[in-house]
Design a protein around this ligand. Sequence first.
Ligand code: GLV
Ligand code: MN
Ligand code: MN
Length: 400
Amino acid sequence: MGFESMWQALAPVGLDAKTGGYNRFAWDDADLACREWFGSAAKDRSMSVVEDGNGNLFAWWGDPDAGDAVVTGSHLDSVPDGGAYDGPLGVVSAFAAVDMLRTRGVQPRRPIAVACFADEEGTRFGVACAGSRLLTGALPPDQALLMHDRGGLSLAEVLHTRARDPRRLGPDPELLGGIGCFVELHIEQGRSLVHSGVAIGVATQIWPHGRWRFEFRGRADHAGTTAMADRCDPMLTYAMTALAANKQARLSDARATFGRVEVSPNGTNAIPSRVQAWLDARGRDEHVVSDLVGAIHRQAAARARRDGTQVSLSAESVTGAVAFDVALRDRIVTALGGVPVLDTGAGHDAGVLQAAGVPAAMLFVRNPTGVSHSPEEFAEPADCLAGIEALAAVLTELAA
Ligand code: GLV
Ligand code: MN
Ligand code: MN
């Protein structure tokens, strides 16, 4: 099975035919179908699959116990109504690169594994890169067990229904210690490569980023009979906070987004009692991000006083800045004959592994729309092929 047939086999899984977007969330039916797809792609290549206690999958070419492995891959889960490429491009390209090495008769001296990390987007339980964070210990298992999905199911309950043992969650120093380096190929989530006029780039660093939950509480009341002056409407406090986030992010050349809101009780003719809103904030350095969140919170609190509402803030997933391994990056750039290097505001499992001390690198594949986390996300077939060629060259350089 070449790239195209693997891509076609995965394409219907979790696809919303109306929007053209993907819904593949940790441990749901689509995620399980993706896991099956991964197992059969590995089987077709006689690669043995190991699932760690956190649901991360590794398909091995060579002895998993030999150590110093070259691991490549990405994730198969998505954001709500996500694009086809964010994650899957890295996993499918990894198998295709293995095929290329084998066709060329490359005999690796180091084991090679294709990885698929669990719950990278954190769509279901709220914590990004949950699989790789659990593996490295950045997310303690007792904290992960407290996570609930939107329907109120805990991660432990969900794992039970999928015949996984929640007691196996947690760091795996042996597995991690056997990974010599990790290279993640990913669709570019911007247009730097379009501007550079080249198909492939290499990552330098990931911006610090995080998710914060704002809770605005007010008083539910009748939409028709309550005078405007008598209201304690948390929607107003939220609305002002969203505007403050936009303004503060522009002032500090950072990013702030409210992409998820839950309103209670969510009735058209009732003033809400509660609004929960999730802030995604990112910036070039950690001070920029903490100052940004602090400024938004202060403006929210000031507005709450005017509205007669209460506001509280809690951090749900915070990731520091990550600089990728310079020696590995330079080696990759040289192996690819000199390609542009770029930083990114998106989080990735490669960043989590790098932060845990595993030398990691990323290859980006040009995205003509620059759009990501949306059905508009795209890469030309020729650029996908260039990505596989580049990844094969990198694996050859590192493992052969
Ligand atoms: C992952 O894609 C993220 O940065 O949210
Ligand atoms: Mn993503
Ligand atoms: Mn991704």
